[in-house]
Design a protein around this ligand. Structure first.
Ligand code: BJW
Length: 272
């Protein structure tokens, strides 16, 4: 059930968005669900139903069975290349543009690997878990942006003959240091922190709301379902990001353009 338009929690969140000097938004897979990207924990459908996502998203799985792991990631890469930003992505981009025009800081941290925030127009997006649209050679470290069609053979190889792997962060791997630094600096300075569509169980991102709250920021969760973050934040907004974020934007006087259905597919080139 979604939150009522006149709910005081919605008004409190809109007031915080209108007045905060430094806003941090953390998004998770739920933010892309209404674009048709399966959430991490729902990604195992069809041919992949017999596998556990936690078992595939590890360096150990890649070492053991690079063909299986790269087939899964290439299937997901093709899926996200066919997806478009939803009204939640567009609302975040509009809120960021508004904040910037008023000289206020707005940092978007995402755990998502689909680059839909960038496609919606968000800038300076901090990719905590990398991106599935880029792959790197495990031999040379060279990064490639494969063309928008499936790899010809699995596991894919670079021109140097090394195995290619997606530029994502697997369990047990360190987050990109520059992304973690940027997140920590933004959290230390923020007076409003909003977690959108994340299950709040994967660290370090799962700890960000508590860190922001401990430093005195107002904390908000937007999620379809309760999560461990629900007990940590000041304001829980229960509903989908594609409904709630445009509503908050509208309360600040922003109009969100309807997503374009006739966009050409996103293009990828190679190498970067
Ligand atoms: C909607 C909606 C709609 C649906 N609207 N809502 C401290 C304590 C315990 C463990 C650890 C710890 N610190 C580190 C760890 C270990 C580990 C970890 O956290 N394990 C936990 C499982 C316990 N963390 C790590 O290993 C991290 N590395 C690390 O800390 O390194 C330290 C180190 C330092 C130096 C050297 C070496 C190491 C790395 C974590 C990397 C996570 N990677 C993944 C895979 C990325 C690639 C891929 O996509 O395949 O990232 S795992 C997966 O989870 C993915 C996601 O980004 C991430 C978070 O998932 P998310 O986004 O929350 O999605 P879901 O599916 O879980 O939830 C969706 C939510 O949306 C739900 O709540 C729905 O209700 C909601 N929703 N529709 C709004 N329309």
């Amino acid at each position: 059930m979604s939150i009522a338009p006149d709910d005081p929690r919605l008004r409190a969140a809109a007031a915080a968005l209108a007045s905060a000097r430094s806003i941090v938004v953390l998004t998770g897979a739920g933010a892309s669900a209404e674009s048709g990207v399966p959430t991490f924990r729902d990604a195992m459908t069809g041919l992949w139903a017999k596998y556990d996502a936690h078992q595939l998203a590890t360096p150990e799985a890649f070492a053991r069975d690079p063909e299986l792991v790269t087939r899964w990631y290439d299937w997901r890469r093709m899926l996200v290349l066919g997806c478009r930003p939803n009204p939640g992505h567009l609302a975040l981009a509009a809120l960021q543009a508004r904040a910037a025009s008023e000289g206020r800081s707005f940092t978007l941290l995402t755990q998502n690997v689909d680059r839909l925030h960038q496609a919606a127009g968000s800038t300076g997006v901090v990719e905590l878990h990398g991106t599935i649209l880029q792959w790197r050679c495990t031999k040379t470290g060279e990064v490639f942006e494969p063309p928008p069609r499936p790899f010809d053979s699995f596991p894919p190889r670079s021109p140097a003959g090394g195995l290619l792997r997606p530029c994502v962060v697997w369990f047990g791997e360190a987050l990109p240091p520059e992304a973690l630094d940027a997140a920590e600096r933004a959290i230390a300075a923020c007076d409003l922190f909003i977690a959108v569509g994340t299950s709040g169980v994967v660290y370090p991102a799962a700890g960000f709301a508590a860190q922001a709250g401990a430093r005195g920021a107002v904390t908000v969760e937007i999620n379809r379902d309760p999560t461990p973050l629900s007990d940590v934040v000041d304001i829980c907004l229960r509903g989908t990001s594609g409904q709630i974020l445009p509503r908050l934007a509208a309360m600040l006087g922003l109009t969100i353009a309807a997503p374009q259905n006739d966009n050409p597919p996103r293009q990828a080139g190679s190498p970067t």
